[in-house]
Design a protein around this ligand. Structure first.
Ligand SMILES: [Zn+2]
Ligand SMILES: [Zn+2]
Length: 238
């Protein structure tokens, strides 16, 4: 069993919290400005979070890192924490900590280990794989496997052949469906086509544009019928 809590399902500028997932209460996928607030609302134990994945360097996906790192310190964290993401994550985190609170990683009472997304990464009993999406800057999708359960989180960006392969056979595919018509984002219909091609069991649409018409989701359901549109703080078990 894998538990996936949707901390937030929103885009960058809407009324929902920024998209972020908490898997098995120990993996945080994305850390936008609302991540800590949503973790607090869910009653999550920050000391139990082993790994944080950042898909790309857009604010709604990584600007919550300083608050998360320092809140974990306030909560008395001692165990090391893994940060997994694109090249440059170490420098970005260091700069953010300084800009936000004049702090450095070296001042934290626990260790932060940076891991750059490679071909296949095995950490904390999970297997992670990655694919690039088509976004306005380098953006990663990730698959998370443990005990025959597979979750794919597509991050931001239009689907690519690499993403179809990555998502193949997933028990749950969480895909952005911003649907603005931009070539650098996905949409409900594109996500449904991806889910169908990759033969996933369940598709969850997140990161929907605040002005998106409900008809777009209905169109997607005609392509792939197992679609969930979760709300902030909803949990799914796969
Ligand atoms: Zn983005
Ligand atoms: Zn985004």
């Amino acid at each position: 069993m894998m538990e996936v809590a949707f901390l937030g399902v929103g885009e960058a500028f809407g009324a929902s919290a920024n998209t972020a997932l908490l898997v098995n209460r120990e993996l945080l996928l994305e850390c936008g400005p609302h991540a800590l607030l949503q973790l607090r609302k869910l009653g999550a134990d920050l000391a139990k979070i082993k790994l944080v994945f950042i898909s790309h360097f857009h604010g709604d996906h990584f600007l919550g890192l300083p608050a998360l790192l320092l809140a974990a310190r306030e909560d008395g964290r001692e165990e090391s924490l893994t940060l997994l993401g694109p090249e440059g994550l170490t420098r970005v985190t260091q700069e953010l900590l300084y800009l936000s609170y004049r702090k450095s990683l070296e001042e934290l009472p626990y260790e932060v280990n940076f891991v750059e997304a490679g071909e296949k990464v095995r950490l904390h009993g999970y297997e992670f794989e990655f694919a690039l999406t088509q976004h306005s800057l380098a953006a990663l999708a990730i698959s998370v496997k443990r005990r025959k359960k597979k979750l794919t989180y597509a991050g931001d960006g239009a689907p690519t052949e690499g993403l179809v392969k990555l998502a193949s056979g997933s028990d749950l595919l969480v895909a952005e469906a911003y649907g603005s018509g931009a070539a650098t984002h996905s949409s409900p219909v594109l996500a449904a086509q991806l889910a169908k091609k990759a033969k996933v069991k369940l598709l969850a649409l997140v990161h929907l544009w605040r002005g998106l018409s409900k008809d777009e989701v209905e169109k997607a359901r005609e392509i792939f019928d197992s679609i969930l549109v979760p709300g902030d703080l909803e949990t799914v078990k796969i």
